[in-house]
Design a binder for this molecule. Sequence first.
Ligand code: CP
Ligand code: NVA
Length: 319
Amino acid sequence: MLQFETKVDANKLKGKDFLTLLDFSSDEIFYLLELAGNMKKAQKEGKISNILQGKSLGMIFENASTRTRVSFEVGMTQLGGHALFLSPRDLQIGRGEPISDTAQALSRYVDAIMIRTNSHEKVEELAKYSTVPVINALTDYYHPCQALADLLTIYEHKGTFKDIKVVYVGDGNNVAHSLVIGAAKVGMDIAVASPKGYEMKQEIIQKAKEVAVSTGSTVTVTNDPLEAVKDADIIYTDVWASMGYESEQKDREAAFAPFQVNSELVSNAKEDYLFLHCLPAHRGEEVTAEIIDSAHSVVFDEAENRLHVQKAVLASLIK
Ligand code: CP
Ligand code: NVA
């Protein structure tokens, strides 16, 4: 059972957007994790919830998804609500309708909008014109739902965030950005090792470091995976070429090869290290099958936790 003893006014979360974890205080993040833990327990016990009865979530997917789509849709159903899958092929956005008009029109029907798109600016624009909460389900910059699930998974397995060292090895992408912010918010040390030219954005490193100062944790950025992985409790990686970067695959393979999570690399971590990956994974590229399919890997607990944390987010934001 997760208990963080936070003092959060839950009403303050109502109507809020969920675009990046930077917009949430450490206490609010602990509150969402605790709620997710409680909802997970209730669901396992077969308890039925109707807290979002009559509520609808519009889900705009400009990119492919397995976990995000299914977990949001199932999450709404489990809370008594309903989700609509909206692809740009079917929406008028695909034919040039402004995002601002789409936001205002959808706000008249649905109680929250979830969006996955390459452009973080588009999500900000949608949130600006929407009168219902907007949830970021992955942009080129952030993947905050993923980071929240990652934090829940780490806490469940390690029982604490204190003195836990998370090491992210690979592309300084959306997943890395949200993970580094999430770790800093909960006071967990994080090291990120990326090839030269594929580091996280400077502004995000800077923001995460500022947060870390306030929570007494550290953010370390390096180009040396071996050094980063030393004494790691958690090793995390993601694909070498994210959605939208597929054409760079060949160049990236050369740059990322020394960053593969394999048995040699993990031999530098703690003996009881855990392996995390947001999925989908490419065995033989960013991680070997030997590692992702080993007893150290908790990737499917992590995937499951997307459902629970998103239910907590939906229940907290929807009025
Ligand atoms: N991790 C994640 O977001 O998976 P999907 O792309 O399948 O939604
Ligand atoms: N970084 C990956 C995450 C997929 C869930 C991407 O953006 O494609």
